[in-house]
Design a binder for this molecule. Sequence first.
Ligand SMILES: Cc1ncc(C[n+]2csc(CCOP(=O)(O)OP(=O)(O)O)c2C)c(N)n1
Length: 548
Amino acid sequence: MAEIDGGRIAARQLVAAGIDTIFGVMAGPMIELFAGAQAEGLTVVSCRHEESAAFMASAWGWAKRRPGVVVAGSGPGMTNCVTSMHVATASGMPLVVLGGSTYAATRGVGGFQEADQVAFAAPGCKWTGTVDSTERIPEWLHLACGRATSGRPGAVYLDFPGQVVARRMPEEQVALRERAPEVTAPHPAPNAVERVAELLANARQPLLLVGKGAGWADAGPALARIADLGIPYVTSPMGRGVVPDDHPMFLNPARSAALAGADVIVAFGARFNWIFGFGRAPRYRADARIVQVDVEPEELFGSAPVELGVVADAAVTADAVADALAGRRLAEAHSGWTAALRQARERNEGVLAAALASDAVPIDPYRLVREVRDALPRDASLAEDGETIMGVGRVVLPSFCPRARFNAGTTGCMGTGVPYAIGAKLARPDAASVALVGDYAFGAAAMEVETAARVGIPVVFVVANNEGIAGHLIQDHMLPPGSPRIASLLPADYEKMIEMVDGHAERVERPEALRPALERALAADRPALVHVRVDPKARRLGGGNYLK
Ligand SMILES: Cc1ncc(C[n+]2csc(CCOP(=O)(O)OP(=O)(O)O)c2C)c(N)n1
């Protein structure tokens, strides 16, 4: 009678759950799981650091609306995932961390790499569990995958003590959980839909907020139906592209004016945390009437004075509101609101015009980002990471596809850009994937270029090298004069990081060389790195950086 080990059983259950790719760092006691995954036909992406592996998995999961799975070894392998779990949960990205842990027989007596891994995981996770027997591996994985993706997605942690991975059992006794429930989306109460439609119809200055939750719900087409009526919207950084950014009611470039002027706000899958200015004065009108649509009821109790909370799926609710608005006359049509916002947008865009066209050497970061914008295919996945460069990218770069835009997110975590772009490429292999990263942000995960090369995926890394953390701004203005380089970094030759793995390397020092270099990188059928020397003294226009 053929026997298989717990690692192989886990791999079979992952396949049953619709997962075809896993990420991780090879380590005991999970070697059997990696081997089982390979034997079962999964793509196994073996990374250089568990933190990056887990970021890749969460980006993959976010893009595909499936659990992103990362496998880590015991002790430090697992604790290296703690930041990524925290980031995934805060950013609502589905991540399943499978952590091998010390064999039961040596627990409590200084077993190899022993750590209280469930305790390390708990505050960063929606749910934790410990596999208690090899037989029950399928069941525990079924629970973990379900919890990572239901409600607001986030990280879950499942502990795999060594003995449950290594134990072998007769193949025919393995009971997989083949069937995942078909889950209907939570619908809004009909009277709530009517109230939202009434508020929007009577608003003189209505505004929609589009967050990551709307992306997860695939609410783009439904939200576009409301926006098509002439109701403007602004998005969170990762809510970009849910409705394509070239919709005429996309008003992120007039974000402050929109938040400050709106008399009725309906937030779809958006949270009133720092990203949306906490939903209260002074960023918002004190008398603004706020509706929040969210799948998590507790989210409705926050800093914003929410008048109506609708616990429901963003797409279903947006469709119902669009239906309820059909045929109504909108008060907004006579208020000049969208015209005023368009003027604000033009004013704000005017502030950037000179920088976007700058021919200066060293290159202005706005000029770099403009060239990235013009070179990017419409369906590209895009990850931004850094301080100055992420801020510039957020303002200048559009997105046209849902769940294809990644940035440091709710936690502002540096080191996400490189792995997010790799995870996105594996999830959306037919679309280009570009990481626009500062030199610090690149360095935080730079060895993963070897992973990209080994796995054979043509991701484009654009490194905006301004020699440091926010360029020289902190070094020159916030540290004692004459300090050694603390916030600034060496002007390293980052293109060598891709040369070492036979990738496509570009080094750009002059603005006119940007576009051809970016196009060559996008056309290269292997990982590419465009190292761009940008002005260390440049800062974000319109405030919003360390020296604001
Ligand atoms: C994990 C983590 N560590 C530290 C920070 C603090 N921090 C914010 S921005 C930044 C680096 C920004 O430099 P760079 O990536 O070179 O981009 P630039 O601002 O120069 O464009 C750091 C270290 C953070 N946000 N996240």
